[in-house]
Design a protein. Structure first.
Length: 329
């Protein structure tokens, strides 16, 4: 029997040079492993496709190809284009490896994920330890969101966080362990499981799509593993511009509401929003009374209240604007 094959997917949106750098790092990390790389240009319309295609041809990267998505449907839709493309000969891979365009695997990072999936049949998805250029760890391991995590995450009050620590979404981990879900900067997935549960839900334009995919995998009985020995350097939010956000955009609220209502029902989603608004209001009041500057994004509470009330009563809203299809927040 031949060794399992990997299809590495790097999704580009207007960051051609960085995407090529990520692909080059992936090529080094895939040396000795059976597989290919597909770069998906997510309708950048800035010359990225031609630039990357020319570079791949000039460098003689015969294990790498560049394809067009045809439209910018978001992060999940763009990666789905790569997954559906399969191997260059038209066959299906055994594993799909998703790598952000601003993420750079260390030389053994992909092999660690590959070896784990080869030897641990209960693991469905395996993700990497992510660090910044300063070698400081990024938080990429999480619990699934819930009603109580919404309250804990919005009130920002020590005694409440201590009481609800088992519901807190972020999980600080320094060692290999199973998790609920992983940020998608560097994740390897079994193709068989994607065939079983489906690909990324393309209703999500950006954010929560990897949370939803991991939830579906776990419901089907497959473990999600965080592997601390697979190290990837990640810049983060290069295409989304998240670090420069003045206000949280509508598509984030769209994705959050859809995640809760899809997986738990509209009433649960409304309760999650209610507790988030209560917690956020109490946090604002406490800061006001103690003379502290209000934290969080401007108008976040009122935007969530308006957005989710409209969603609950099925008011029609325009489609969110196009932005970068990246995760790395």
């Amino acid at each position: 029997m031949s060794d399992p094959r990997i299809l590495t997917i790097v999704l580009n949106y207007k960051t051609a040079q960085m995407t090529l750098k990520a692909a080059a790092s992936a090529r080094v990390a895939m040396q000795g492993l059976p597989g290919e790389i597909v770069i998906v240009d997510n309708d950048s319309q800035d010359g990225s496709f031609d630039q990357m295609s020319a570079h791949v041809a000039a460098e003689g990267w015969d294990d790498t190809r560049v394809i067009q998505s045809g439209r910018n449907g978001g992060y999940g839709a763009g990666n789905n284009v790569g997954i559906r493309a399969g191997m260059a000969d038209g066959s299906r891979p055994d594993y799909v490896y998703i790598l952000n365009s601003d993420a750079f695997p260390k030389p053994n990072a992909i092999k660690v994920l590959y070896d784990h999936l080869n030897t641990s049949p209960t693991t469905g998805f395996a993700g990497s330890y992510i660090e910044g250029e300063d070698e400081v760890q990024h938080l990429t391991t999480f619990r699934f969101p819930s009603i109580w995590s919404e309250f804990e995450g919005s009130i920002h009050f020590g005694p409440v966080s201590k009481l609800l620590k088992s519901y807190r979404v972020p999980r600080e981990l320094n060692e290999t362990a199973p998790v609920d879900w992983l940020a998608g900067a560097s994740v390897m997935m079994r193709q068989d499981i994607l065939d079983e549960i489906g690909l990324f839900d393309e209703t999500f334009f950006l954010y929560f799509e990897e949370t939803d995919l991991c939830l579906r995998a776990q419901k089907a009985g497959h473990q999600i593993m965080y592997l601390a020995d697979s190290v990837v350097t990640h810049i983060g939010s290069v295409s989304t511009g998240m670090k420069e956000w003045n206000r949280v955009p509508e598509y984030w609220f769209d994705s959050r509401w859809y995640y809760f209502s899809k997986n738990h029902g509209r009433f649960y989603a409304a309760c999650a929003t209610g507790l988030h608004l209560i917690g956020g209001s109490l946090n604002w009041l406490r800061r006001k009374l103690t003379g502290k500057t209000p934290g969080g994004a401007p108008y976040f509470i009122r935007t969530m209240a308006r957005h989710d009330a409209a969603a609950f009563f099925k008011f029609q809203r325009s489609r969110p604007p196009k932005v970068s299809p990246q995760i790395g927040e």
